[in-house]
Design a protein around this ligand. Sequence first.
Ligand code: GLV
Ligand code: MN
Ligand code: MN
Length: 405
Amino acid sequence: MTGGLLAHGRLAGLDEISGVGVDAARGGFSRHVWTTAEFELREWFTARAARLGLDVETDRNGNLWAWWGAPGPDAVVTGSHLDSVPGGGAFDGPLGVVAALDAVARLQASGFRPRRPLAVVVFAEEEGSRFGVACLGSRLLSGAISGDAARALTDADGVTVAEAASAAGLAPEHLGRDDEALARIGLFIELHVEQGRGLIDLGSPVAIASSILAHGRWRLRVNGQGNHAGATGMRERRDPVVAAARAVLAVEQAALATEDARATVGRMRIVPGGTNVIASAVDAWVDARASSDAQTRALVADMEARVQEVVAGSGCTVELIEESWSGLVEFDSALAAQLVGTLGGVPLLPTGAGHDAGVLSGRVPTAMVFVRNPTGVSHSPEEFAEAEDCIAGVEALESLLRSVL
Ligand code: GLV
Ligand code: MN
Ligand code: MN
């Protein structure tokens, strides 16, 4: 019973959204929260869920919930997110949403009658690509970020979350911890494409997650002196771009010196940003991850010391500002073992990628299913999963849902 799931060699749901948010300039997809592409995905999800007879509601934080049966309590919730990184792949997020809808369709087609309510969820702004804080929807829901802190976040054009939420039809004053929505979740299972090489050599199309590295985001603010590119001699400058370049190398050195650590500068903003202008400031965002909270904190402290050292004497100043933090996640081991058993002994796999399931794991029983990615690449158009592995993922999710419903 796999034929109905496929179209053009991939899951039909992924095929249906393959034209949404295509980013011709970067390659891949750019589907940022509360933009035209993401609104289109929300509409697609609502229509898809309606075809299964599910009732869709948007919670106060912009997360979508499609209910099979009356909403909670003790609901089994599955799903993921539809937003993407800039120029992202087709699977990170959408695979978990499409697989959830397909698993529900298969349960319904088999005449299965759940004894608990079930919801398919789409969390908002999981990547933090527009407002900078990853998993914003699940953080707000669970109280990991306050409504006030979220409302004040801005995108690259200076639009605040409050303004964007209002334009999306939400009441921004109601953003924040949602105990009612949280209390309905009895169990959350997120299926996700594997984002590294973890499953390639394990001989299994799927795995159950064991843990997520401790990670966070910091902004390096480098201040210098704006000036004229032609009129200012090389020794008269206080150029923050040169200082930032040294800082980036120091960040790399700090990560290389810490076992199993990762640090990335994937985004920089040069102020004001003109070819014939020596900049006045640079913002460089650092994503840092390591295998425990303490190691990640130590990595960041080392990074900061190295950055200060290399910037000293340049005439520039630098400060490191924490923008978000996600402590180490160790998924409920008894639940993970139960799910591994239900799937006949699939591997347990740690990950370095963050997820809404990680944010929620401190509040509700949570588990994740990973689907093999033969490229081992993610957050890039090269991200991939074979159709048969995606179907194995849907089948695994269906079995898990069957076993807990
Ligand atoms: C999300 O994919 C993250 O790990 O940042
Ligand atoms: Mn991602
Ligand atoms: Mn994801």
